[in-house]
Design a protein around this ligand. Structure first.
Ligand code: AP5
Length: 192
């Protein structure tokens, strides 16, 4: 089993590259943002609670997302490996993920960290907000709040995995194909 964390700030291209990577490597895609948006669409109690937090650009409580990931891991016993997108976002989530993977006798193979400047992130998300229907993309102050939340609480996740020598920085600006090729090259080095 080979497990990957695709890491980076909001708008860095995690979702875009995840689609291509799961197709190329046959991994199961686990995006906590997608799981939360599915709860919102189904108007579950969890979704209703999460929506107001997401609309402010803040992080949903650790226990909520760890619970969702734990269920998703259990629901996919045959997976060749997992691609985590938007998770973990705090050190507590990272520690919880390590424990969950340990129970399955596996671990994180590599953390691929996409590097994109803040102004490019804001432009990408404002552009997407014109058509996506995502309420957290529609105004710049919420987008900047998401980026601040990343800087305050999530960027330290890279430090956490650096102590195990698992983090590789990848330039996240350029064409989608160029970035995909750079990510594949890093994965191939570690998978073989
Ligand atoms: P989540 O859904 O994870 O969103 P995010 O991290 O804010 O990321 P995005 O989906 O906005 O961006 P992305 O990096 O996937 O980029 P994308 O490929 O889409 O989280 C949403 C919210 O849910 C959080 O704010 C939080 O409230 C909650 N949440 C989720 N997970 C949580 C967790 N673990 N703990 C607590 N709370 C959690 O690309 C963005 C745009 O750029 C697209 O329009 C795309 O077409 C474009 N683009 C992509 N690549 C390029 C390129 N190379 N050049 C130009 N444009 C590009």
């Amino acid at each position: 089993m080979f497990n990957i964390i695709l890491f980076g700030p909001p708008g860095s291209g995690k979702g875009t590259q995840s689609e291509k990577l799961i197709a190329a490597y046959g991994l199961k895609h686990l995006s906590t943002g997608d799981l939360l948006r599915s709860e919102i669409a189904r108007q579950t109690p969890l979704g209703l609670e999460a929506k107001s937090i997401m609309d402010r650009g803040q992080l949903v409580p650790d226990e909520v997302v760890v619970g969702m990931i734990s269920s998703a891991l259990e629901a996919n016993p045959q997976a060749k490996g997992f691609l985590f997108d938007g998770f973990p976002r705090t050190v507590a989530q990272s520690e919880a993920l390590d424990k969950l993977l340990n129970l399955k006798n596996t671990s994180i193979g590599v953390v691929l960290a996409l590097q994109v400047t803040e102004e490019e992130l804001v432009q990408r998300l404002l552009n997407r907000g014109l058509t996506s229907g995502r309420s957290d993309d529609t105004n710049e102050s919420v987008i900047r709040a998401r980026i601040k939340e990343y800087q305050d609480k999530t960027s330290v996740v890279a430090d956490y995995y650096s102590q195990f020598d698992k983090v590789v920085n990848v330039k996240g600006e350029g064409s989608v194909e160029e970035i995909f090729a750079a990510l594949c090259s890093e994965i191939d080095k570690r998978m073989s």
